[in-house]
Design a protein around this ligand. Structure first.
Ligand code: GLN
Length: 485
């Protein structure tokens, strides 16, 4: 195995044993980037100089006999909606071209405090709106398993970077599935934590009541490790929850005897590929062999999730994106006469089609006379969806479903049909509406040798249980798939 293929916990062992240096690890990852990035296009922006400097610091600590943290010297990529001080942060939007935040997002600060090596900023759907990264205002990213296919989205660059060995771990954000769906398409582990567990300070807002930052990793252990270091209360985010953060790696022992699994029938219905269903069911049976029990359960309001989401998320987005006016951030039109025209032209030139569509949808849904009919009703549906989950978690420890209805689709397949694109998040959106944690992990491959993702959903703050089950399944699964790139 090459260094760029190894998970962080193995690299850490090698660092402690003196088998490799942090600089060697960092260089291995940048060599890999050099080798495959033309095909994958995961990054918008590389930070090689800073990365090597950071790696040298870790090597110095080791040479001085100092203790290092488990993520020290580990190459981590950041989605380009995470603010990085002095480093361009664009959300893959022309409107933020050239914008250099004056501060770091809390998660970036936390990783820096661990001596993590930050490799660069990754491509995404513009302002995290999309499911294929084709809405990026800058370029497409390609799926490392088949470069004619999308990596998923909106965190497609982060998922592709980890899958292709261009980063060991990556951070993304998930508003309706943007970590789990690309993780499923790229065959990596991706986790959306409970709303409020990870600070959103410095995450460029899309839909504030749904957005949550989380990790992409090569395996479950790395996912747990990354969560250990990004979770925690932050007074800079008023929705951040003040509670004890456990060690998320503590339950990774493969023991799941007596665990009660619910299998929501609505997630196996029409529109879900047979190959996906079969693979997820095989995994559930495997968990039964490992000592868990399962039962089918109904979450009757699932069908309304997508409609509620596409009112609530655009409504919040229309408000959040009002700040891009050509005065405070990034691009300003120089084609305008006067202030009002400058606002209009800046937004016309700076935003892509999908972002404009969402702003229009959201503005309409919030307008007087329609607010009660659309926005308020959607919020009521949101409560019903949450109550479905509450009832299920009174009986079951976790729920298991497919992450996505299909495996990765071809570039261009859905980019002209927004509704088809929206449907790719049908299994992930209800989780955000309810504020729950969920993880996607590979559970098999389809007949095209593309990875299939399985979703494990937990009750609020039940991340430890999710990771426990994921780890047990990972140990029992032989994916039998090798990425050729
Ligand atoms: N694909 C969904 C959307 O377009 C979810 C995006 C996300 O989670 N950021 O809104």
């Amino acid at each position: 195995m090459e260094l760029y293929q190894l998970p962080a916990h193995e690299l850490h062992e090698k660092l402690l044993a003196g088998e490799v240096s942090a600089v060697e690890i960092t260089e291995a990852v940048y060599d890999r980037i050099e080798e495959v990035e033309d095909n994958v296009q995961a990054y918008l922006n590389l930070m090689k100089e800073e990365a090597i400097e950071q790696a040298k610091k870790v090597d110095q600590k080791l040479a001085d006999g100092e203790d290092i943290n488990p993520l020290a010297g580990i190459p981590v990529a950041l989605k380009d909606n995470l603010s990085t001080e002095g480093i361009e942060t664009t959300c893959a939007s022309k409107i933020l071209e050239g914008y250099q935040p004056p501060y770091n997002a809390t998660v970036v600060e936390k990783l820096a405090a661990e001596d993590v090596v930050m490799t660069g900023k990754t491509n995404m759907d513009e302002f995290a709106m999309g499911s294929s990264t084709e809405n990026s205002g800058i370029k497409n990213t390609y799926n490392p398993w088949d470069i004619n296919r999308v990596p998923g989205g909106s965190s497609g660059g982060s998922a592709a970077a980890v899958a292709a060995g261009e980063a060991t771990i990556a951070l993304g954000s998930d508003t309706g599935g943007s970590i789990r769906q690309p993780a499923a398409f790229c065959g990596v582990v991706g986790m959306k934590p409970t709303y409020g567990l990870v600070s959103r300070y410095g995450l460029v807002a899309f839909a504030s009541s749904l957005d949550q930052i989380g990790p992409f990793a090569k395996d479950v252990t790395d996912c747990a490790l990354a969560l250990n270091y990004i979770a925690g209360h932050d007074e800079m985010d008023s929705t951040s929850v003040d509670r004890e953060i456990p060690d998320y790696t503590a339950n990774l022992d493969g023991d799941i005897s007596g665990m009660k699994i619910g299998v929501p029938e609505e997630y196996f219905g029409e529109g879900i590929d047979d190959e996906v269903k079969e693979s997820v069911w095989n995994a559930i049976e495997q968990l039964e062999e490992l000592g868990a029990e399962y039962e089918e359960v109904s979450l009757p309001h699932t069908d309304y999730g997508l409609s509620a989401y596409y009112l609530i998320a655009p409504a919040e987005a229309s408000s959040n994106l009002a700040r891009y006016d050509g005065v405070r951030y990034g691009h300003r039109s120089n084609q305008a006469n006067g202030l009002i025209e400058m606002f209009k032209k800046t937004r016309q030139e700076g935003f892509g089609d999908e972002v404009k569509r969402r702003i229009m949808l959201g503005t309409y849904a919030l307008s007087s006379g329609y607010y009660d009919a659309y926005y308020k009703k959607a919020q009521k549906v949101r409560t019903l969806i949450k109550e479905d989950f509450d009832e299920a978690f009174a009986e079951y420890d976790i729920l298991i479903s497919p992450t996505t209805p299909t495996t990765a689709f071809e570039i261009g397949d859905k980019s002209n049909d927004p509704l088809q694109m929206y449907l790719s998040d049908i299994c992930t959106i209800p989780v955000n509406l309810a504020g729950l944690p969920a993880l996607s992990m590979p559970c098999g491959v389809d007949s095209n040798d593309l990875p299939i993702g399985l979703q494990i959903i937990g009750d609020h703050f039940a991340e430890e249980k999710i990771l426990q089950v994921a780890y047990a399944l990972e140990q029992a699964t032989d994916l039998d798939a090798e990425l050729e790139l």
